[in-house]
Design a protein around this ligand. Structure first.
Ligand code: KG4
Ligand code: ZN
Length: 365
């Protein structure tokens, strides 16, 4: 449905600079994206094999202004049409965050409109409601990205209860490390996703850690270790490496665990809606399996458009819009915070009973 803009329709500019992507977006009304643009810094960091914080901050400084101006123009708006500016406050790289927060603060001050600091995870969570403002709450939200694999119960009053989280690697991190071992490059998630399409997911079986019902914590370092041993054994035996089958089997193990625990959490909490957000929610196999399971169980499922799964500014603007509607405005002395904690209670958290981690090896099925 096209958005009918009136002077009272809130229009929020979102800015995201927490890591190596500079992004700006405009979201209005009840969560419609009017523009969303992003520049990646892969060219800057590729030769170092990882993100160099100082270089990331410098590139943000160079691009932020032109990108923000373009987001406003592409939305067909002027600076005066903005009602508030939302910027990622943390967590992330200190210098990178500082650029977005300082620029957002200066712009908001100059335009005499409010500034809203957003937690990066709050942004990912808000992406579930982009273009579907009626998605029901309460719901279970799985945030699955490069740094997080966290399950929450979201309440209608925007409170979050932590249900479970990873005890070691995040799912995205496991994908990235596995892709490096397989020589598929970085970021690994999309590379494994593509490679897995030509592989047999049942040819090599990887362990499914904590797949027992009742335990909502995750652990992905064991899967990664089993891959390392599997590759070593193949190499020692002089066998060729079936990269596509390994990618498919590895992905299937992670997807199995994510799907099982998310729907287990919904059943335990007695909710009929599930949202899956964050970079890994762009994974095609995960999306297909979630859709299949939601249909079988008759549950509502929110999966953001893949554009809004990986880091972007539309999700920050969407979270800013929700905060703006609640009247949650930041003060001018708000600062970027690299270690910002997500405000969630932990009433329903379930701990691992054994506390021990076992590493079982991958095996040809
Ligand atoms: O949310 P995000 O862009 O950044 C963080 O906040 O971490 O997530 C990045 C992570 C990376 O680990 C990347 O490999 C993973 O999301 N990812 C994927 C896919 N696209 C991105 N993982 C699996 N399949 C994908 N298609
Ligand atoms: Zn993210």
């Amino acid at each position: 449905m096209p958005l009918m803009m009136t002077s009272s329709t809130p229009v929020i500019l979102g800015i995201e600079t927490s890591c190596d992507e500079t992004a700006a977006a405009i979201v209005a009304g009840t969560g419609q994206v009017l523009s969303s643009i992003l520049t990646s810094q892969h060219d800057v960091h590729a030769k170092y094999g990882g993100v160099v914080p100082e270089l990331a901050a410098r590139r943000h400084i160079e691009t932020i202004e032109v990108l923000t101006r373009e987001a406003v123009e592409r939305a067909g708006l002027h600076w005066r049409d903005l009602h508030a500016i939302a910027a990622t406050r943390g967590p992330g790289l200190a210098g990178a965050l500082l650029v977005g927060v300082s620029y957002g603060k200066a712009l908001a001050y100059a335009l005499r409109i409010p500034l809203i600091g957003i937690h990066h995870l709050e942004g990912h969570v808000a992406s579930a409601w982009i273009n579907r403002p009626d998605f029901p709450v309460p719901c279970v939200v799985l945030v699955v990205s490069g740094g997080h694999t966290h399950l929450y119960l979201a309440s209608p009053d925007d409170r979050f209860e932590l249900l479970g989280h990873t005890l070691d690697d995040a799912a995205g991190e496991a994908f990235d490390k596995a892709a490096t071992m397989l020589g598929l490059g970085f970021p690994g998630g999309p590379a494994i996703d593509r490679m897995a399409r030509t592989g047999n997911p049942h040819a090599v079986r990887f362990p499914r850690p904590y797949a027992k019902p009742g335990n909502l914590d995750f652990s992905f370092s064991g899967i990664k270790t089993s891959l390392r041993y599997y590759l070593r054994d193949l190499q020692q035996a002089g066998h060729p490496v079936p990269v596509a089958d390994i990618a498919a089997g590895f992905q299937e193990a992670i997807v199995d665990v994510l799907v099982t625990k998310t729907f287990d959490a919904a059943r335990r909490c007695g909710v009929r809606a599930v949202a899956v957000v964050g970079g890994v929610s762009a994974n095609s196999r995960l999306r297909a399996r979630l859709a299949q399971r939601a249909q079988t169980e008759g549950l509502h499922l929110a999966l953001p458009d893949p554009l809004y799964c990986t880091d972007n500014a539309a999700m920050i603007a969407a979270a800013g819009l929700r905060a703006y509607r609640r009247g949650q405005i930041s003060s001018w002395d708000m600062e970027a915070e690299a270690g910002l904690v997500f405000p969630a209670t932990s009433r329903l958290r379930v701990r691992s009973t054994s506390g021990k981690r076992r590493t079982s090896r991958a095996q040809p099925a």
